[in-house]
Design a protein around this ligand. Structure first.
Ligand code: GLY
Length: 364
């Protein structure tokens, strides 16, 4: 399916594997060309090896495997050195690098590093409030909050319990999931980006945006994290209430799309000249395809195909860019512009994998 899009993406990844064999793609491209990221302290470094693992699975070409392995070694070093590990994004980082490597090659070192990342992640769980703190020091009261994106960090914990037989990781993942679902998902199935708790009592305080338009609007990528996050939670927990949340969030997402079917950066906008966020579309497609493995929905399958078609027809880059999808949006309130971003490219390519290899063994 979408054979030309697969070829197009693989060509970009093959070229990038030469240019970025010892560095990551910059968090965001500041336009449509990625520069080198050698620091490895952000939240996005897992996406590039993740894309390379997918490319290896698509083609069997050893070059992709070797490059992904070298990059994973840089992420291993980050764990050994405890550099930039003060974050919930350990799930994003290590699921698509070390967990993927372990699942594909059986590399024990990659497995052990990913387990260490899971161990660090559960230390961010607050009994008071029953949630995993997103950012910053655990002592910092101003950071006593969770964010919707964290749904995507939970598979690392479910995987760690499956690997070790120790339920402590999955227990925390479940507790966090239900706390987050109970506060970031509003009655009408729009979502808050972040949610604060009282550090002294654990009481729920208020929803606040960081990357959306306003506290009571609905940041498009947050809504997409909600779609994929509930699909993955359903895979691991199997609670039918989670399937209902998935349905609500998904219907809401599709109820707020502009005419061409690709969301603006915040779902408060449904027409006009606001920038899009193509990465939100790619994430939503992966989430619907995941849910479709558990509960079949022709309607959602059809939506996936239409969205992928729209991305292919209007939102792929040209030869001047080393990225794949254009018109992603990192954080408009922080001054980001339309760009390629590495997670948008990753999820687009994952969606292509899911469509072409329906029993693909997911990294999440
Ligand atoms: N997880 C950060 C973002 O979606 O921008």
């Amino acid at each position: 399916m979408f054979e030309d899009a697969v070829r197009f993406s693989l060509d970009k990844i093959r070229k990038n594997a030469d240019d970025f064999s010892d560095s990551f793609l910059s968090d965001e491209s500041h336009g449509y060309v990625y520069s080198r990221n050698t620091e490895c302290v952000g939240w996005t470094e897992g996406f590039w090896p993740g894309m390379l693992w997918l490319a290896y699975e698509f083609t069997g070409d050893e070059k992709f495997k070797l490059t992904a392995h070298e990059l994973d070694k840089l992420l291993c070093r980050r764990i050994y050195e405890r550099r930039g590990t003060d974050t919930h994004d350990l799930g994003f980082l290590y699921t698509l690098s070390c967990v993927a490597e372990y699942k594909i090659t059986g590399n024990e070192n990659a497995k052990n590093v990913a387990l260490e990342a899971a161990e660090l992640l559960i230390r961010r769980f607050h009994e008071k409030g029953q949630f995993i703190q997103a950012w910053g020091s655990l002592e910092d009261k101003a950071n006593y909050r969770l964010i919707i994106d964290c749904f995507m960090n939970l598979p690392l914990l479910f995987w760690a319990s499956e690997e070790t037989g120790d339920i402590k990781y999955a227990d925390i993942a479940k507790k966090h999931f239900y706390t987050a679902a109970g506060c970031v998902i509003r009655e009408d199935f729009t979502t808050y980006h972040t949610y604060y708790f009282d550090p002294d009592t654990g009481k729920k305080l208020k929803g606040v945006t960081k990357q959306g338009y306003s506290n009571d609007s609905c940041w498009a990528r947050g809504q997409a994290w909600g779609i994929y996050g509930t699909a993955l939670a359903y895979k691991y927990i199997g609670d039918k209430n989670i399937a209902e949340l998935f349905d609500g969030i998904t219907e809401c997402f599709f109820g707020h799309l502009p005419e061409d079917g690709i969301p603006y950066w915040d779902m408060i906008f449904t027409e006009g000249d606001e920038p899009r966020d193509t990465s939100a579309a790619a994430i939503a497609v992966c989430g619907m395809l995941e849910m479709n493995r558990h509960i079949k929905s022709e309607k959602n399958m059809d939506r996936c195909i239409k969205m992928m078609q729209a991305l292919k027809d209007r939102y792929l880059t040209d030869n001047r860019s080393n990225g794949i999808l254009k018109e992603g949006m990192y954080s408009k309130p922080d001054g980001s512009k339309s760009e390629c971003n590495v997670w948008g490219d990753y999820f687009y390519f994952e969606a292509l994998m899911r469509l072409n290899v329906p029993d693909w063994k997911i990294y999440w």
